[in-house]
Design a protein around this ligand. Structure first.
Ligand code: CDP
Length: 213
């Protein structure tokens, strides 16, 4: 079983994806970490984030063992990730790893921006998770403060808005809801309520697929 979860910055898709994977005994891949790691490695080599071929070379050499590095979660790397993520060459290099991960047994929950549209267009279930920008900024702000980051909530909101704009308007695999994805707006839901709503949508989608097949 493959569950594709997409959505804008800080929509809660990562937290939901982890819980959904644990619930169904599936593996989980946070594809944002791939782009954040490419940005980290490009910067570490003194490279230019806007240079597509330099970033693609870095992507080809990416060590996936480093994807769990908590340093990837800094706001600066989120911003930098959205710059390298615009390059079609970078996306092409990362595509195979993501598809191979999806194909592995016993199945996977994969979250990102283009999972339902490009990486796994045949996923069994597709969810598009969203929430009002102010609510997303508030949640991300609390998360960052808890991790000891000094930042203003207004800066987090500005970062989220800039990133959403960049992700939605780029030519290569822009952020958008797949036509067959179920929409989940978590603006007024806490994490437990969002999880229950996601499970209901997944069960409904699986039930429909069962009836169709
Ligand atoms: O956790 P958050 O929503 O803040 O961001 P993320 O999922 O870690 O993604 C960081 C950036 O990577 C995004 O703003 C996108 O530009 C890019 N990304 C992408 O282009 N495609 C994906 N499948 C995942 C992330």
């Amino acid at each position: 079983m493959i569950i594709a979860i997409d959505g804008p910055a800080a929509s809660g898709k990562g937290t939901l994806a982890k819980r959904i994977a644990a619930h169904y005994g599936l593996r989980h891949l946070d594809t944002g970490a791939l782009y954040r790691a490419v940005a980290r490695d490009t910067l570490a080599h003194g490279g230019d984030l806007t240079d597509a071929s330099a970033a693609a070379t870095v992507a080809a050499r990416l060590d996936v063992a480093t994807l769990g590095d908590p340093a990837l979660r800094t706001p600066g790397l989120g911003e930098a990730a959205s710059v390298v993520a615009r390059h079609a060459d970078v996306r092409a290099v990362l595509l195979e790893y993501q598809r191979n991960f999806a194909r592995g047994e016993p199945g996977a929950v994969i979250d990102g921006r283009d999972i339902g549209t490009v990486i796994c267009p045949d996923a069994d279930v597709k969810l598009f998770i969203t929430a009002a920008p102010e609510e997303r900024a508030h949640r991300r702000f609390l998360e960052l403060v808890q991790n000891g980051t000094k930042i203003k909530e207004s800066e987090v909101l500005a970062d989220i808005r800039a990133r959403d704009e960049r992700d939605r308007t780029r030519g290569a695999s822009p952020l958008r809801q797949a036509e067959d994805a179920a929409l989940l707006d978590t603006t007024n839901l806490d994490i437990d309520a969002a999880f229950r709503a996601a499970i209901d949508l997944i069960e409904a989608a699986m039930g429909q697929a069962g009836r169709a097949g």
